[in-house]
Design a protein around this ligand. Structure first.
Ligand code: URA
Length: 183
């Protein structure tokens, strides 16, 4: 199956109740041949309005980190665990993640990134380990089937707690180095 077919299936998905309250499906954006893929949690208000991941306040901050370390947003692929916005941006429910995760797995299978970076705790728990501790384990690399994976703080956590920004910068520089070395 091709990515646009997966997108069409995702757009018409009714596997969990979030399809009833969404404005747009936020499938993913960027380079479909990317070596580097960032995966967040779920769309927020601006993402739901636009259909594009990470375009709200957290996304704008994330863009600054990409720019600072010299990664173009267009050269990577950005997606989320959930493709539909949870009401009032609450955390995804396990049933919602289970209903949606197949779309992300298909995206990863088709894009075949060499590196996956989880943006925040929710993606890290789902994609690295259920007992992942973001404070202790951010920036740490794990080898998965065919790709390297790590997690960084979610950009919205940096908006709430600016003391985390130094760690984010260190992690993003390291990600850039690993990404460059794999090219
Ligand atoms: N937070 C996320 O996890 N994903 C988005 O797309 C926007 C905000």
């Amino acid at each position: 199956m091709k990515l646009d077919q997966t997108y069409e299936n995702c757009r018409s998905c009714t596997a969990c109740p979030l399809h009833k309250t969404k404005t747009n499906t936020v499938f993913g954006t960027g380079n479909e041949n990317a070596d580097l893929m960032f995966i967040g949690e779920a769309p927020g208000e601006k993402e739901d309005e636009s259909g594009i991941p990470f375009v709200g306040p957290a996304g704008k901050l994330f863009d600054k980190y990409l720019e600072y370390v010299g990664i173009e947003r267009d050269e990577v692929y950005i997606a989320n665990i959930l493709k539909c916005r949870p009401p009032r941006n609450r955390d995804p429910l396990p049933d919602e993640e289970n209903a949606c995760i197949g779309y992300l797995r298909e995206q990863v299978r088709l894009i075949k990134p060499k590196i996956i970076v989880c943006l925040g705790r929710v993606a890290a728990k789902r994609l690295i380990s259920p007992d992942f501790r973001i404070t202790a384990q951010h920036g740490k690399w794990f080898d998965n089937k065919g790709f390297k994976i790590c997690a960084v703080y979610h950009p919205s956590a940096l908006l709430r707690d600016t003391a985390k920004k130094a760690d984010m910068l260190t992690d993003m520089k390291n990600i850039k180095d690993v990404y460059t070395s794999l090219k």
